[in-house]
Design a protein around this ligand. Structure first.
Ligand code: FPP
Length: 215
C-alpha cells in the first residue's frame, strides 16, 4: 500500500493524513475484491523495517489501529469474511497488539473471503522464525511441513502481487510465497488505487500465461 505519504504531501497535509486515506482505500478495495471473487487479499500494513520510522508517524499508524481496526473487523465478520494476521505483534505497543490479535479470534471458519493483515511482517524474519522452529523440532522437513511453519501456513500462495506508488521491488513481502506470483506495479499512489485501478490490475493479470516452470 505504497504512496500514502506522497499522496498527503501533494495535498500539503501530514503523512498521517495519507495513511488514513490509505486505510479508507483499503477497506473499499477489500469489499470490491471480495465481490470480484478474490478469496484472500493480503495487505502490507506495516513492515518490520517500517518500525524504524519517526515515532510520531508510527504513533499515528498505531492510532489508526486503535481507533478503526475493531470497527472494520466487525464489518468484515458481519459479511461472513474472516481476518488473519501475519507478522510479529510482540514488539508493538501492548494495546495495539491486543486489538489486532483479538481481531482474528472470532473469524468464521467457512469464510469465502479472508483479509490478511501483514503487521510488523517481513519475509526474512518469517523464514528465520520457521527455520528456528524446525531446528528446535530436530527433524528434517519437506516443503509442506516447512510452509505450515510460516505465518501464512494454511493460506494459499498469492496469484498476483500489486505494488502501488511506483517502486519496482518486493521489499521483504511474501518472498517465499511469491515464487510463482504474477507481479503488477503501478505509479498510482495507494489512496488513489480504487475499483477501476483494481480492474486494470486484474485485466493485466488475466492476460498473463502462467506456466509454473513448465512449457
Ligand atoms: C506505505 O506508504 C504505507 C504504510 C507504511 C502504511 C500502510 C498502512 C495503512 C494504510 C493503515 C492500515 C490501517 C488499519 C487500521 C488496517 P508510505 O508511507 O511508504 O508512502 P510514501 O512512499 O509516499 O512515503
Amino acid at each position: 500500500m505504497d504512496g500514502n505519504g506522497r499522496w498527503a504531501k501533494k495535498r500539503l497535509m501530514p503523512r498521517g493524513y495519507g495513511h488514513q486515506a490509505g486505510m479508507n482505500a483499503m477497506i473499499k478495495l477489500a469489499e470490491y475484491a471480495k465481490m470480484c471473487g478474490v478469496k484472500y487479499l493480503t495487505v502490507y500494513a506495516l513492515s518490520t523495517e517500517n518500525l524504524s520510522r519517526p515515532a510520531d508517524e508510527l504513533e499515528g499508524l498505531f492510532n489508526l489501529f486503535r481507533k478503526y481496526f475493531t470497527k472494520n473487523v466487525k464489518k468484515l465478520y458481519a459479511r461472513g469474511s474472516a481476518v488473519k494476521i501475519i507478522g510479529d505483534l510482540s514488539v508493538l505497543p501492548q494495546d495495539v497488539a491486543q486489538v489486532v490479535s483479538d481481531g482474528e479470534k472470532n473469524s468464521p471458519a467457512d469464510a469465502d473471503f479472508t483479509l490478511v493483515f501483514a503487521i510488523n511482517y517481513g519475509s526474512r524474519a518469517e523464514i528465520l522464525r520457521a527455520v528456528n522452529i524446525a531446528v528446535d523440532g530436530g527433524k528434517k522437513l519437506d516443503g509442506n511441513a516447512f510452509e505450515a511453519l510460516l505465518y501464512t501456513g494454511g493460506i494459499p500462495d498469492p496469484d498476483l502481487i500489486i505494488r502501488t506508488g511506483g517502486e519496482i521491488r518486493l521489499s521483504n513481502f511474501l518472498m517465499y510465497q511469491a515464487a510463482y506470483a504474477e507481479l503488477y506495479f503501478t505509479e498510482t499512489l495507494f489512496p488513489d488505487f480504487d475499483e477501476k485501478e483494481f480492474d486494470k490490475a486484474l485485466n493485466n493479470y488475466s492476460g498473463r500465461e502462467r506456466r509454473f516452470g513448465k512449457i
